[in-house]
Ligand binder design. Structure first.
Ligand code: C2E
Ligand code: CA
Ligand code: CA
Length: 573
């Protein structure tokens, strides 16, 4: 092989090696998602590796070309980028910097790596450049959602608690106060159920936007969860106050919200206010206190405004305790049924008995159901309690039937929640069958509260029960909506005139007019009328005179134990 041929072959081989290397670099760049600049000590030229034009639309072949990059990068980052590009001057080995472009449309990460010889002299360096726009946006978004709520754009719960904690600390140092207002939309489920969740969200978003307008450096607000917001106020100068914000909210809510599709919605809210240091010392405790007073407000009805005070807290703690005891009583069956007799007016014959529950706790007098039944209705314990009452009353009735051959009506109170259970009718049928009691002897006392839900399905259920032979009694009549128009449509047998009418019937002429018209109407509809809470002979005589059918009350007999009732039954036979 001659010299020329050898050199040509060598050159070819080198070229081939070079292109392999080139391809290798290119692939590494592709995999790493970056482009690289290579600098050698003492040389001004720059070797670019990877598809540089994907990054910047400029040629970089010489150190002077770096200026073109600085022109693309946003001003505040340029100085730091210059330092990074000349990292060998600092003697450092590596550095990373993320820069925004001047057009603010992209982020680049510059990563420098410098190598030195054993004596510390600069040898060469590589600057890697990566487009990190996507990650920056994701991180910003994540950051946003760690502070803000998706629907309203207000602060989210966690950030609000943090902020409130900081503000309380500040107030502690300066001897100031911090107030929070919990704002709970009344009957929000009706909007959600009635119009759909999309409108529900829109409503929440619009009210949130309104609260945002009230915010400044002294007032901050969050969307706590579903239909609840919380506003924090820390203004040592007392320019921003709870009352001022309350007024603004009241004014806003006097006008409806206009949702998409021209849907118009009006809302009311319940507001609970608690302040540091009066109510609590920490953010979480303060929020809990505000929640307690909001619950109190809800219990008082819609559209209420309640400020925290110690009696409310005490009452809440007692309710909690009662709730815990009630749960235990349910598990341990600490209940007993008393029975109160009902008599026909005129012949004073026994018409029926109303089963009334009593809660016995060792060492204390039986607790009135007026105290614990509403609580049980709220927390759902009414279902096991109601089922127990139903079975126990029917079991007792079966025993009395066997012992005394009695045939009076047994009235059992059924709460709305119990009545609305899907399997209520089936359960009742099973119990009747189990004890062999005829449905004709059983009367269910329901109140108008069962009618809050859809009228038609409730009527159908009542009708099914009536078809079985069960009597239906409308309890506490006169205390609910008392709409006479729906009475005609309701499948009922008996109407119980509430004790509040009987209480004043002798002294108040208006009550007399109402009572007489109720009894007249009951007669014309073919129902039976029962007056409850009759305590005096004059009341009885008056009720008898105006045509009331049945009397129940202390005048004839208080609710009694089984043993006392058996004395009555024994005398009857
Ligand atoms: P209610 O169904 O209206 O029962 C009548 C209440 O009036 C009973 O109170 C009874 O003891 C009382 N009462 C009857 N006659 C007189 C009277 O002449 N004077 C006075 N001052 N009171 C009289 P109680 O037993 O405390 O029950 C209160 C409420 O608790 C009941 O009102 C009923 O709503 C509920 N309740 C009682 N037992 C049950 C039950 O087993 N299940 C359900 N769901 N509720 C029950
Ligand atoms: Ca009753
Ligand atoms: Ca009643």
């Amino acid at each position: 092989m001659n010299e020329t041929q050898y050199q040509m072959d060598l050159l070819k081989a080198m070229n081939r090696n070079l292109s392999v290397r080139d391809r290798m670099y290119r692939m590494i760049c592709e995999v790493s998602g970056g482009a690289f600049l290579y600098f050698e000590a003492g040389k001004t030229e720059i070797v670019t590796i990877g598809d540089w034009s994907d990054y910047f639309d400029v040629d970089v072949a010489d150190k002077r070309d770096l200026e073109k990059i600085y022109e693309i990068i946003d001003e505040p980052f340029v100085m730091q980028l210059r330092e990074l590009m000349q990292l060998e001057k600092s003697g450092k080995e590596s550095q990373v910097l993320e820069c925004l472009t001047r057009k603010k449309n992209a982020w680049y990460r510059f990563q420098a790596k410098v190598s030195y010889d054993p004596r510390g002299n600069y040898v060469d360096k590589v600057i890697g450049i990566f487009n990190v726009t996507k990650y920056r946006l994701q991180a910003e978004e994540l950051n946003y959602y760690s502070f803000y709520d998706v629907i309203t754009g207000l602060y989210n719960r966690n950030y609000f608690i943090r902020l409130l904690g900081e503000v309380i600390q500040k107030a502690k140092n300066n001897g100031d106060t911090v107030s929070i207002m919990m704002i709970d939309v009344d009957d929000f489920h009706k909007i959600n159920d009635g119009l759909g969740m999309v409108y529900g969200d829109e409503m929440i978003q619009q009210f949130g936007a309104f609260l945002k307008e009230l915010c400044d450096e002294s007032v901050f607000a969050c969307h706590l969860n579903s239909d609840i917001y919380c506003v924090g106020i820390y203004d040592p100068k007392n320019k921003r106050t709870v009352d001022e914000i309350h007024d603004a909210i009241t004014k806003r809510l006097s006008n409806p919200f206009l949702l998409s599709g021209n849907q118009v919605v009006s809302i009311t809210v319940t507001i609970g206010v608690a302040a540091y240091p009066e109510a609590a010392e920490t953010a979480l405790d303060l929020i809990n206190c505000a929640e307690i007073v909001t619950l109190k407000g809800k219990a008082m009805g819609r559209d209420s405004f309640v400020r925290f005070d110690q009696p409310i807290l005490k009452e809440f703690m007692q309710t909690l305790e009662l709730e815990a005891q009630l749960k235990e009583a349910v598990n341990k069956h600490h209940f007993e049924l008393y029975y109160q007799p009902q008599y026909y007016c005129g012949n004073k014959k026994l018409r029926g008995m109303e089963a009334l529950i009593r809660w016995h706790e060792a060492g204390r007098a039986p607790l009135s159901p007026a105290l614990f039944i509403p609580l049980a209705e709220k927390n759902g314990e009414i279902i096991p309690i109601g089922n127990w009452v139903l079975e126990e009353a029917i079991r007792q009735y079966a025993t009395w039937r066997a012992l005394f051959r009695c045939h009076f009506v047994l009235s059992i109170n059924i709460s709305a929640r119990q009545f609305n259970q899907d399997d209520f009718v089936e359960h009742l049928t099973d119990v009747l069958k189990k004890y062999g009691v005829d449905a004709y002897f059983i009367e269910l006392e329901v109140t108008e509260s069962i009618l809050i839900e859809d009228f038609e399905p409730i009527c159908e259920k009542l009708q099914r029960l009536q078809d079985m032979g069960i009597r239906i009694s409308l309890d506490d009549f006169g205390t609910g909506f008392s709409s006479l128009s729906y009475l005609k449509k309701l499948p009922i047998n008996t109407l119980k005139i509430d004790k509040s009418f009987i209480d004043t019937v002798l002294t108040d002429s208006a009550t007399r007019i109402i009572t007489e018209s109720i009894i007249g109407m009951v007669k014309s509809l073919g129902f039976e009328s029962v007056a409850e809470g009759v305590e005096m002979e004059q009341q009885y005589k008056y009720l008898h005179a105006i045509g009331c059918d049945v009397i129940q009350g202390y005048y004839f007999g208080k609710p009694m134990t089984v043993a006392d009732i058996e004395k009555i039954l024994r005398n009857q036979t």
